[in-house]
Ligand binder design. Structure first.
Ligand code: FES
Ligand SMILES: [Fe+2]
Length: 362
């Protein structure tokens, strides 16, 4: 058994995709929020393009979230400096040429299924990997349910490690493994665990599944960039899948945004899809909330991982070896454990935005 990496090896805010907000929120104008240890703003230009950039104006730091959209630019609420989607200041009232320092970091944006996602990478560079989805599937053929959220009482890497936590599949999820998990890397920046299992739980969901003839399930859990999970469960006739965008919080916990997706279906059955999505969302959220309740207080300690934690140890090595690129080096490269040390937090933390505190996506 190899030793897991020290806590200092994990970056605070990995180069990965994150959920900024629902697309509809940009209808009223720019939206700013504290996210990944910095202030960011998202806005939609007159032509319909969505952009995410640093929210602190390069002049005196006013919050662009209180500004306005003017054509293809965002205008600062204080002295009306205007920035384009490339972050470059396009106009300063009373000046022929904006000063050279007047530019802000921008982030690659993808809008999908009614959500605005951004990549935390280096300014002007392509993302290290595309916004993840179910492998081999076309996102245009799917629709998404409203996002559900909860705060996991652990770091982002403890949360994503559940995808490789062999012991908890049985202990927490009532899944009796029919074969050892198969672990591979189907793409750069992606690590996947696939396993077949018997559905043996006494929960309402498991009983309903067995009633519907779903006695066995093939599960795949793919972690991209350390913080973005794509999960599928194939019960034979029944299939389900969801995305989990994990957002490391400044106090060391993790805000989990869960989005259940389902195929659009054939035209005749399309009216039933919203109901199907709602049901899947209900069960998926319930499934994760129960895990969250049981896993409160989880802490990383590389010296306390045993021989049957080897898959998790391998994941920790894999994730700490991922290249990190950032212009916010002072923030992103600071280790997650340094963030934890800074944060004074009680041992037992209550619910976040969506309900339960705890952890787990596996
Ligand atoms: S603070 Fe933004 S223009 Fe002065
Ligand atoms: Fe889990």
């Amino acid at each position: 058994m190899s030793q897991a990496p020290p806590a200092e090896a994990f970056p605070a805010y990995p180069a990965s995709w994150y959920l900024f907000c629902e697309s509809g929120k940009l209808r009223q104008g720019p939206v700013s929020q504290q996210i990944l240890g910095r202030r960011l703003v998202a806005f939609r230009t007159a032509s319909g393009r969505a952009a995410v950039m640093d929210a602190r104006c390069a002049h005196l730091g006013a919050d662009l979230g209180f500004g306005t959209v003017v054509g293809e630019t965002i205008q600062c609420p204080f002295h009306n400096w205007r920035y384009g989607c490339d972050g470059v200041c396009a106009a300063v009232p009373g000046l022929a040429q904006p000063p050279p320092f007047a530019r802000l970091q921008t982030y690659p944006v993808v809008e999908r299924h009614g959500y605005v996602f951004f990549f935390n990478g280096r300014d002007g560079r392509e993302p290290s990997f595309p916004l993840p989805f179910f492998l081999g599937e076309d996102p245009d053929g799917f629709v998404a349910a409203p996002v559900f959220r909860y705060v996991a009482d652990c770091t982002w890497y403890m949360n994503s490690a559940h995808a490789f936590d062999l012991q908890h599949f049985g202990a927490v999820h009532d899944r009796e493994l029919l074969a050892p998990p198969a672990i591979d890397c189907p793409a750069p920046f992606a690590r996947r665990n696939s396993y077949p299992a018997r559905v043996v739980g006494d929960t309402l969901l498991d009983r309903l599944l067995r009633l519907a003839g779903a006695k066995r399930v093939e599960t795949t859990l793919t972690i991209w960039g350390g913080t973005f999970a794509v999960i599928t469960a194939d019960f034979g006739r029944l299939k389900s899948g969801f995305l989990m965008a994990m957002e490391p919080l400044e106090d060391g916990r993790t805000l989990c945004h869960g989005i259940v997706c389902a195929p659009r279906g054939h035209t005749l059955l399309r009216p039933l899809v919203p109901l199907k999505l709602r049901l899947r969302r209900l069960f998926t959220h319930g499934y994760l909330k129960e895990e969250a309740r049981r896993l409160r207080g989880t802490r990383y300690d590389p010296g306390h991982l045993g021989p049957n934690d080897q898959d998790m140890i391998d994941f920790f090595h894999w994730v700490t070896a991922l290249p990190q690129e950032s212009d916010h080096e002072g923030i992103d490269r600071r280790s997650a454990s340094a963030v934890l040390r800074r944060a004074a937090r009680p041992a037992n933390i209550g619910a976040g935005t969506g309900g339960a505190a705890g952890a787990g996506i596996g």
